[in-house]
Ligand binder design. Structure first.
Ligand SMILES: *Cc1c(COP(=O)(O)O)cnc(C)c1O
Length: 268
């Protein structure tokens, strides 16, 4: 089935609705971040409608859903995987040719599995971001944030970052990602939301300084955003992306405000 088939599901109303919400989110974004449109549970026709408005970055949480959508949707889409990463799914993810980034890396085991599974004929390294649990909530995955450069060397985060830069040539350490606190994002003041974002920023600065110290000069082009070498921050969702951008976010992940509410995940 071609992607165009899915356009038949698309009503004029839905198309206009998506066009308007995309325009609104772009207008509310004060800097020029990468806007990842989070399309989990949403039909391929919705993604295609956004693609026709020039939207290229889409985020998905489930490997199977991403694989299915990637097969039928345009090849110039940049897919960002933002769901829980299991090492045994590395192969499937790595086989998606237009997978652009994985934002939820959290272990050396998963990094090795990905590095091994990625084909040597991919033209660029796969961008990875380390997930940081800035809120400290037990329900969230991610590595603990860093608060001082003193014990950076012993931290899991620094060890994973260094491992990727020095041992995983098919991965590129592009930055850090946080979900923040869901509890907070719905009810909290600007200051409380900011605490998560500031924590991610501080963690980034400490990690960057550490890598500069331990990685030989000649290898330094191997991490951060291509060109600038900056480690990027992926933070901010529908309810708090403006706060995240003010705090210095580079990548925002917006679902509900573009596509509308999602069906609840079925209990399995
Ligand atoms: C679902 C999801 C989003 C999008 O959340 P919205 O509140 O719908 O904007 C962003 N990031 C991650 C990791 C998600 O799982």
């Amino acid at each position: 089935m071609s992607a165009a088939t899915y356009l038949e599901d698309l009503t004029v109303e839905r198309k206009d609705e998506l066009k308007e919400s995309l325009e609104e989110i772009r207008a509310r974004s004060t800097s020029t971040p990468t806007l990842v449109a989070v399309s989990k549970y949403k039909p391929a026709s919705d993604i295609l409608a956004c693609h026709q408005q020039g939207q290229l970055d889409f985020g998905e949480n489930y490997v199977q859903e991403l694989e299915d959508k990637a097969k039928i949707l345009p090849a110039d889409i940049r897919w960002h995987f933002i769901g829980t990463l299991q090492s045994n799914k590395a192969k499937t993810l790595a086989s998606i040719p237009n997978l652009y980034s994985i934002q939820t890396l959290g272990s050396i085991k998963a990094a090795n599995a990905l590095n091994k599974a990625l084909s040597s004929d991919r033209s660029t390294a796969l961008r990875v971001l380390l997930q940081v649990n800035t809120s400290g909530e037990g329900s969230k995955s991610g590595l603990p944030p860093l608060s001082s450069s003193e014990d950076v060397e012993a931290s899991e985060l620094a060890q994973l970052g260094l491992h990727i830069v020095s041992e995983c040539p098919r991965l590129r350490l592009e930055g850090l990602m946080t979900i923040g606190s869901l509890e907070l994002s719905l009810h909290a003041s600007e200051a409380e939301k900011n605490a998560n974002f500031e924590s991610l920023k501080k963690t980034r600065d400490i990690l960057h300084e550490y890598l500069e110290t331990v990685v030989p000069e000649g290898d330094r082009a191997g991490w951060g955003e291509e060109g600038s070498g900056r480690l990027l921050l992926s933070m901010g969702m529908s309810s708090d992306f403006e706060t995240a951008l003010k705090a210095g976010g580079d990548i925002v992940r917006v679902g509900t405000s573009i596509f509308g509410a999602r069906a609840q995940k079925k209990a399995t």
